[in-house]
Ligand binder design. Structure first.
Ligand SMILES: Nc1ncnc2c1ncn2[C@@H]1O[C@H](COP(=O)(O)OP(=O)(O)O)[C@@H](O)[C@H]1O
Ligand SMILES: [Mg+2]
Length: 260
């Protein structure tokens, strides 16, 4: 895809205190349009807290978050739904409406934008086909596997074609096969132009894919690095070129904090 690079989400000198023993401390990061970024760090590092600040479910004590034209320090409560329609969010526990069908779960995300029914139907057919669940459109979430539920959640999150998708441990409840499928789907969605910021505690899961990794440790960015690899999924989705340092990076210990 040949699009001009611009920053669609930025975190600038953000600090957030929570309780006695934890704070996010002077966090700085930027995500460009179409980028795929893994936010990695051990449990308790602050990943969910940071994502919440980015989708503005919470606000910094210091610093600023900017997502599209939305600026945390100037955010009005009534603008929040407007922001949420322009981003996508998925969670470890899917958060689907269990008494609504797959189709309705996705449709509800779209109705709020004021789209008409023919438009909604066409779009949902399209998105459910893309996530491989059109044949289950009349099923209810409890009848689906975890991996399928997460695919519905992804369909719902991207139904309004957001510029960025925030994913908080989206594979945390899934077995290895479903995990791989969800990652492939996220790569596919990213290849369609949606930026993805995915939080996970599982460094082994993500280190082989070649995406940029932001490593969070005790509320600070310990490392922010492009890790270029030749992963098989990357090959299949037609990824970027291979860096000359690829083989060295494959040995790189991300927790070592050794920057060149
Ligand atoms: N609302 C809160 N009040 C107090 N402490 C919190 C709150 N939310 C999270 N924490 C604490 O902040 C730390 C970071 O949590 P979190 O952002 O959920 O980390 P992660 O997603 O990386 O596992 C943890 O120690 C957690 O217990
Ligand atoms: Mg978390």
């Amino acid at each position: 895809m040949n699009q001009e690079k611009r920053i669609i989400a930025g975190v600038y000198h953000v600090s957030r205190g929570l309780g006695k023993h934890f704070s996010l401390e002077d966090i700085n990061l930027q995500v460009a349009n179409g980028e795929f970024v893994f936010l990695v760090g051990p449990s308790g590092a602050g990943k969910s807290t940071l994502l919440k600040l980015m989708y503005m479910d919470d606000f910094p004590d210091k610093g600023q978050v900017v997502v599209g034209q939305f600026v945390s320090t100037r955010m009005k409560r009534k603008s929040i739904p407007d922001l949420r329609r322009k981003i996508g969010i998925i969670f470890q526990d899917f958060r689907l409406l269990e008494d609504r069908t797959v189709f309705e779960n996705v449709a509800l995300a779209m109705k709020v934008t004021g789209a008409g029914m023919p438009e909604i139907k066409k779009q949902i057919t399209d998105i459910l086909t893309r996530v491989g669940l059109y044949h289950k459109r009349y099923d209810y979430p409890p009848a689906l596997s975890g991996g399928e539920q997460q695919r519905v959640a992804i369909a719902r999150a991207v139904a309004n074609r957001p510029a960025i998708l925030f994913a908080d441990e989206p594979t945390g409840n899934l077995d290895p096969v479903a995990t791989k499928n969800i990652l492939e789907l996220l790569f596919k969605i990213n290849a369609g132009g949606t930026a993805v910021l995915m939080a996970t505690h599982d460094i082994e899961l993500v280190r082989s894919f070649g995406q940029r990794i932001i490593y969070l440790e005790e509320g600070r960015v310990a490392l922010d690095k492009e890790m270029i690899f030749v992963g098989d999924i990357r090959d299949r989705i037609g990824g970027s070129s291979v860096s000359e340092s690829a083989s060295r990076l494959s040995e790189y210990d991300i927790t070592g904090g050794e920057e060149e």
